[in-house]
Design a protein around this ligand. Structure first.
Ligand SMILES: NC(=O)c1ccc[n+]([C@@H]2O[C@H](COP(=O)([O-])OP(=O)(O)OC[C@H]3O[C@@H](n4cnc5c(N)ncnc54)[C@H](O)[C@@H]3O)[C@@H](O)[C@H]2O)c1
Ligand SMILES: O=C(O)CC[C@@H](O)C(=O)O
Length: 526
């Protein structure tokens, strides 16, 4: 049977050419409805998309032959990665192909805001010649506030520095060394809001970044600030932005992305000082050729030879290593996610130790999986292949240690995170050949499966805690799936890992924190 790929969004013709050159059958069907796509997806082994196709669990259900989805671009929020992983479908993106182009769009919008170019153009072409109406502001000497200083943010910073702007950046994962290297001053969000004349957003849309420019944050900006968003809709509260433009708190705003796309209507449309483009950040010939070539080559390599690059849910692996290493990858990624979600940006160094059976394996993909889990909680472009490079860029010191002796377990992966406060360890083993279990959480013995939404709770070991926890969750309609407890000493500090059927809201977390003896509650997602 021949290998078939579907291109379901408008893509540069080089992509189809590459598939054909490599002997892969390719169909181009941009603009299909979800139902129409579902009706044909079963015929294909590969799916190449941009941002218009949404790869849902429902679509994947019908994708009986699908092995790989390739995103010609960066953001993968239109792909249900856990559902793809559950079906063994590899998800790849092209993390760098459109970064320069998107950064240039942000700079273009910054100029457009500073000089009110769209309004001035419309007025002039309407024959009005309103010279005195369009008084602009100079960029030289102004402060640009970057929210998110990854690939695109750092390119924007370089361009802005060339324009003689001062650049401050809020990015909890930006190391002081990297900030120095890219020439920005690392600040907290409040400082950025207070100081920036222009704010530009370059983060993925995550639970942390959703609504990062909330009504409250907008109220704390410097009066007359101008805001640019070429990252994702949902980062800004659009209704609050409208009010801030009306009141003059915000002098101008340019959005390339919207909470709901395509954005055919919005209260922002027609507001003075508001500019919009229809998600054009990546739309240059150069970027589209780059991402089309890259996605076609990556998909072809995987479908023809099993070679993996830029995968978000799988490390690079040879055909022989794959079956032995794969069970450890899930374990390692979850250990990384656990550390990332509990300790976050305070991690300065990571040590990955393997013991017993695990010590006989290639440790690189295991370390890659730990780092991808750790950093994946705050960046879309991290995958198991590029995670070690990104970790280095961020100044994260990574050590790998192989112990040939066997300890308490026949096989063990231990992750030690160093922060300014000291070292914290988590460890896991495999039960049987491929059943991962957490066995130590921050040096407390425990036995837990890491899966789905969970809660990490640190509390004083006192009678009544479990009852109060169960009552609070029950009152808020949250069902407990599994409950795992460990403690340092009787009556001392205890930890609970609670698997729940639905993610508790911030309010519920607050209520849990208020239970007597509870010291910390962290919602987790695996
Ligand atoms: N408009 C477009 O067409 C277009 C094109 C390309 C990319 N994008 C979007 O741009 C985003 C950024 O792309 P990138 O390549 O720079 O990604 P990246 O992963 O290199 O950088 C994202 C940065 O955001 C930071 N970050 C994460 N959580 C944060 C938080 N809570 N507060 C502040 N910073 C935080 C990360 O540390 C990272 O440095 C992508 O996620 C994508 O959604 C849009
Ligand atoms: O494909 C596009 O046009 C947009 C891509 C962009 O949103 C991305 O995340 O790379």
């Amino acid at each position: 049977m021949s290998i078939k790929v579907l291109i379901s969004d408008k893509m540069d013709p080089r992509a189809a050419e590459i598939f054909r050159e490599r002997g892969i059958e390719v169909d181009e069907r941009p603009g299909r409805s979800p139902d129409a796509l579902k009706a044909i997806i079963g015929d294909y082994h590969g799916l190449a998309i941009r941002s218009s196709t949404t790869v849902t669990a429902d679509l994947l259900e019908a994708a009986d032959n699908l092995k790989v989805v390739g995103r010609a671009g960066i953001g993968v929020d239109n792909i249900d990665i856990p559902a793809a992983s559950a079906r063994g479908v590899v998800v790849m993106n092209t993390p760098f192909g459109n970064s320069i182009t998107t950064a240039e769009h942000a700079i273009a919008l910054m100029f457009a805001l500073a000089r009110q170019l769209p309004e001035a153009d419309a007025s002039t072409q309407a024959g009005k010649w309103e010279k005195s109406k369009f008084m602009g502001v100079e960029l030289t000497g102004k402060t640009l506030g970057l929210i998110g200083a990854g690939n695109i943010g750092s390119i924007v910073a370089a361009r802005a520095l060339g324009l003689k702007m001062k650049v401050v950046a809020f990015d909890p994962f930006l190391s002081p060394e990297r900030a120095l290297e890219i020439g920005v001053e690392k600040v907290d969000l409040d400082t950025l809001l207070a100081r920036a004349d222009f704010i530009t957003l370059h983060t993925p849309l995550t639970d942390e970044t959703r609504g990062i420019l909330s009504r409250d944050a907008l109220a704390r900006t410097k009066k007359g600030v101008r805001i640019i968003n070429c990252a994702r809709g949902g980062l800004i509260d659009e209704a609050a932005l409208k009010d801030a433009l009306d009141s003059g708190q915000v002098a101008g705003a340019a959005l390339d992305v919207f909470e709901t796309e395509p954005a055919k209507e919005s209260p922002l449309f027609g507001t003075p000082g508001f500019i919009s483009t229809p998600h054009l950040g990546a739309s240059t010939r150069e970027a589209q050729v780059n991402v089309a070539i890259q996605v076609a080559e990556q998909l072809s390599d995987y479908l023809l030879n099993g070679a993996v690059s830029n995968a978000l849910n799988m490390p690079s692996l040879t055909a022989e290593e794959a079956p032995r290493v794969r069970p450890y990858m899930g374990l390692a990624e979850n250990l990384g996610k656990l550390v990332g979600q509990v300790i976050g940006d305070r991690v300065k160094a990571i040590a990955v130790e393997v013991e017993g059976d695990a010590a006989e394996l290639n440790i690189k993909p295991i370390t890659g999986a730990v780092l991808a889990g750790l950093m994946g909680s705050y960046s879309d472009s991290v995958n198991m292949v590029n995670a070690p490079v990104l970790a280095k860029d961020r100044g994260l010191d990574v050590k790998e240690v192989r112990h040939s002796h066997e300890g308490d377990y026949h096989t063990l992966v231990r992750v030690t995170a160093t922060t300014d406060e000291g070292k914290r360890r988590v460890a896991g083993t495999l039960f049987g050949a491929d059943n991962p279990r957490l066995v130590h959480i921050f040096d407390v013995g425990i036995e837990a499966e890491l899966s789905g939404p969970m809660l990490y709770i640190v509390n004083q070991d006192t009678p009544g805690f479990i009852g109060a926890l169960g009552t609070t969750l029950g009152e808020n309609d949250i069902n407990i799936a599994t409950f795992n407890l460990g403690r340092r000493t009787v009556g001392g500090e205890a930890v609970a890992l609670v698997a729940v059927d639905s993610q508790p809201s911030k309010d519920v977390v607050k209520k849990l924190c208020a239970i007597e003896g509870v010291r910390r509650v962290v919602p987790l997602r695996f």
